[in-house]
Design a protein around this ligand. Structure first.
Ligand code: PMP
Ligand code: GLN
Length: 397
């Protein structure tokens, strides 16, 4: 029986022919081999206790029935205030939709704005959810390739793929899996292109608070001309380091958010009220709290980076997200990223993610993504194991 076939009925090819995601695959291998999991991106800390207590209390004393489909009023108001204060993004409550994680927000935005035959620009390496969602909506992906190790966004490269059917650009900043935080010039250049070619931007900004070196995130929505054409997507799971919470936000002009909210009605309708109550409280925290969380992650990044560099690994720049990259060729490791990751988890006890899983046409210059949102002793053990993996992979390749 061919993959995806059920009683002679074939499932949609986008999903029928798709392998399990690299995140699920590597986390499964990490479990099988009892390896340290630096693959799928999640912290190993429990998350802010005060927010967990508010969520627990709301579970016991608050409503456990359907929340309003677009989100609890307190949370929608908190999102407006949070982005206004921290990013200068002017929103109104009608322009905020609460979704079941950024993932559902992305799906709803794509369902609402991508029609069969539309072209959608995606920057590769690209977060793995984008392509299948676009293709299932009937759209075609137009790839702009970012080049390691700098991963710079080039205006001419983007302009070159824009054609008469291009309707949407799916941007991600800070960028997973490269860990690039695109700078003001790159963000402005993209905004100018969107205005010039009348494109809608779906701007995946889930890593907006995980940005290093004291930099502030620059939202595409705040750029000139972008307010009426940008859907900004956020994730409380990333903001507060509790990835299991799956509370996302889709923000923008009310008439843009409205069709996304219609799609959301029939994807999940609403999200758990107790988590929304806690997220509303967290969003009102002072700016410094978010800076402190980013600084802690930056220390973890630096610890992992320094340890790997001691073992001779050459790294790509990590400006944001939970991730850094090993440039295998520059590190003298003569195997591809996929092979390196398979051997690292099975033989050396560290799970990582091959960045080639996020591109349609792998090129030279393989990069391995590692998650550093872990306790110091976990990182130290991983460094020691990866140090051994480096020698072994190079010599046996
Ligand atoms: N977009 C990007 C770029 C991500 O890295 C992730 C998860 N790490 C998501 C979306 C999904 O976010 P959520 O868990 O809120 O669905
Ligand atoms: N976004 C997470 C990462 O990049 C994974 C989320 C998932 O497994 N879907 O590691």
């Amino acid at each position: 029986m061919p993959l995806g076939s059920v009683d002679g009925m074939r499932a949609h090819s986008v999903f029928a022919d798709m392998p399990t995601t690299i995140f699920e695959t590597m986390s499964g291998l990490a479990r099988t081999h009892q390896a340290i999991n630096l693959g799928q991106g999640f912290p190993d800390s429990p998350g802010p206790e005060s927010l967990r207590r508010i969520a627990a209390e709301a579970l016991m004393t608050g409503s456990n029935q359907y929340a309003p489909s677009r989100g609890l009023p307190d949370l929608r108001q908190a999102v407006v205030e949070h982005y206004g204060r921290m990013q200068g993004v002017p929103l109104e409550v009608e322009g905020v939709l609460v979704t079941s994680g950024a993932t559902e927000g992305l799906a709803a935005a794509i369902l609402a704005f991508v029609s069969p035959g539309d072209e959608v620009i995606v920057f590769e390496p690209a977060y793995d959810a984008y392509r299948p969602l676009i293709e299932r909506a009937g759209g075609t992906v137009r790839v702009v390739r970012l080049q390691a190790p700098v991963w710079r966004l080039s205006e001419p490269d983007v302009e070159a793929v824009i054609g008469p059917r291009t309707r949407v650009v799916l941007f991600n900043n800070p960028h997973n899996p490269t860990a690039r935080a695109f700078d003001a010039a790159e963000v402005s250049a993209l905004a100018r292109l969107c205005v010039r070619h009348d494109l809608i931007a779906i701007s995946d900004e889930v890593w907006e608070h995980v940005i290093f070196g004291g930099r502030r995130h620059r939202s595409l929505l705040a750029e000139p001309g972008m307010a009426g054409r940008t859907l900004k997507i956020g994730s409380a799971g990333k903001m507060f380091g509790m990835t299991g919470w799956k509370i996302g936000f889709v923000c923008g002009a009310p008439d843009l958010v409205d069709p996304v909210a219609k799609a959301h009605q029939f994807l999940t309708f609403a999200t758990p009220p107790n988590l929304q109550t806690a997220v509303a409280v967290g969003l009102a925290w002072p700016d410094d709290s978010f800076r402190t969380m980013a600084d802690d992650l930056q220390r973890s990044r630096d610890r992992l980076a320094a340890g790997l560099e001691r073992h001779g690994f050459v790294l790509t720049t990590s400006e944001g997200t939970y991730f850094l990259g090993i440039d295998l060729a520059a590190s003298g490791v003569a195997v591809g990223d996929d092979m390196f990751c398979r051997r690292a988890v099975a033989e050396f006890g560290v799970a990582a993610i091959p960045v080639s899983a996020f591109v349609t046409a792998p090129q030279d210059g393989a990069v391995v993504r590692l998650c550093f949102a872990k306790a110091d002793d976990v990182l130290d053990l991983a460094i020691e194991r990866l140090g051994r993996a480096r020698g072994m992979s190079a010599s046996t390749a």
